[in-house]
Design a protein around this ligand. Structure first.
Ligand code: NAD
Ligand SMILES: O=C(O)C(=O)C[C@@H](O)[C@H](O)[C@H](O)COP(=O)(O)O
Ligand code: ZN
Length: 376
């Protein structure tokens, strides 16, 4: 899979995603952004095609001018849409604003969307691209650690106040360009949040990756860029293997939802304002480990190992607010994985052995919620 390329002093690693609807590349490296115009041309995006750059209010002042300059220098006509930073922008209102901006800018079916930002921009701009004029191409340019996960696999969408990602589509990007240098400006809380999805990829995949994260924890927390690049590269490999096998979540792809049944419920009951996505799924992974011990007879060390690693990355492992069990259970019952009204969780027998379990009793989930709330 690896085709590392040394070009003019920088190293760009290329991974291939083999999804049925369209195969594409993920480029990972440090200082890669300069390659954007070249990669667009390589993907047959011609300068006569309009580019619609979607970004958020935090990323725009940091990076938009530089990117705009290099795209314009290459001859591209670029329109920029800036959305308010934060999860609240994964909404129908912001999507509607994008449609208006795009129509006014004269976008057509040959136009290409560039999603420059974290998972919020990627999910929203991706859904815009999937639906505008029944679908136009888009490129993912992730700027958060967490977005190594969200930029690959084509799940795009927006939230409803009653549930996370309730409206969406599968729409694969033309390519993904991950410049690790973006992470230098990421706020600490957002870096930490991103480690939750890296830890998830390690736990669902293999012990070696878990051990590597333990061993490199300090360097990762200190933003050693080459080590961060390696973590992203390994995380992307896991995500790519899974989505290449099962693009539309008919089976194995559901394991990427490890920690998400409780995590999404926490995000939803707090109206997307209390926890970041990574923080919520961090707590969710501890809950999933507790249920795994109870339901699958996983060794009790799984709980300890999960908590220890998450804490090393300064991630929360307990619910800090007193949302009612009823409210959380209500959201979990209508989780997208749920079948026939039964509670459905992704559980783990051990690291690397993850499975979807349907029909978990409410009593067991209540027990776990109590432990997560009182720190047991
Ligand atoms: N589609 C998928 O498969 C998938 C996978 C995982 C998560 N997600 C979704 O991703 C979203 C979370 O993404 P996120 O954690 O990237 O959040 P985010 O997009 O809100 O970004 C986090 C914060 O960091 C800021 N930011 C982004 N890049 C920056 C940079 N380089 N420098 C400084 N500030 C920067 C943003 O403005 C924002 O304030 C959630 O909605 C989640 O559901 C989707
Ligand atoms: O790509 C996937 O599949 C995932 O489940 C990745 C998750 O990290 C991500 O949060 C995803 O958006 C959740 O999808 P959903 O279908 O549960 O909304
Ligand atoms: Zn997630």
């Amino acid at each position: 899979m690896l085709t590392g390329k040394e070009q003019r002093g920088f190293k760009m690693r290329e991974l291939r995603v083999q999804t049925k609807s369209r195969p594409y590349s993920v480029f990972v490296g440090i200082d890669l952004l300069t390659q954007l115009p070249i990669l667009l041309l390589r993907h047959e995006v011609q300068t006569k095609q309009k580019l619609f750059l979607v970004t958020d209010s935090h990323v725009y002042p940091l990076y938009a001018n530089g990117i705009l300059g290099s795209l314009q220098a290459a001859g591209y006509d670029v329109h920029i849409a800036v959305i308010p930073a934060g999860e609240k922008s994964k909404s129908l209102e912001t999507l509607d604003q994008l449609y208006s901006d795009a129509i006014k800018a004269g976008l057509d079916r040959s136009s290409v969307v560039l999603a420059l930002g974290g998972g919020v921009v990627g999910d929203l701009a991706g859904f815009f691209a999937a639906s505008f004029m029944r679908g136009i191409p888009f490129v993912q340019i992730p700027t958060t650690l967490l977005a190594h996960d969200s930029s690959i696999g084509g799940k795009v969408g927006i939230n409803h106040k009653l549930g996370k990602n309730y409206m969406g589509a599968f729409h694969q990007p033309l390519f993904v360009l991950f410049d690790v240098k973006f992470l230098a400006s990421l706020p600490e809380r957002e870096l930490v949040s991103g480690f939750a999805e890296v830890v998830k990829h390690a736990f669902i995949w293999d012990k070696q990756f878990v051990a590597w994260l333990e061993g490199n924890n300090k360097a990762l927390m200190q933003r050693d860029l080459p080590i961060l690049e390696e973590a992203i590269y390994q995380g992307c490999k896991v995500k790519i293997s899974v989505v290449s096998d099962d693009e539309r979540e008919n089976g194995i792809r559901a394991i990427l939802n490890y920690g998400h049944t409780i995590g999404h419920a926490l995000e939803s009951v707090s109206e997307y304002q209390f926890y970041t996505h990574g923080e919520a799924i961090s707590i969710g992974m501890v809950g999933a480990a507790m249920l795994s011990v109870d339901v699958l007879d996983a060794p009790s060390s799984l709980i300890q190992d999960t908590e220890t690693l998450l804490r090393k990355f300064s991630l929360p492992t307990r619910i800090e607010n007193n949302w009612s069990d009823e409210a959380l259970l209500q959201v979990m019952k209508r989780d997208k994985k749920a079948k026939l009204g039964n509670y459905t969780f992704v559980l783990s027998e051990e690291v690397g052995k993850t499975q979807v379990v349907n029909g978990i009793s409410e009593a067991k989930i209540r027990e776990v919620l109590q432990k997560l709330k009182r720190g047991g």
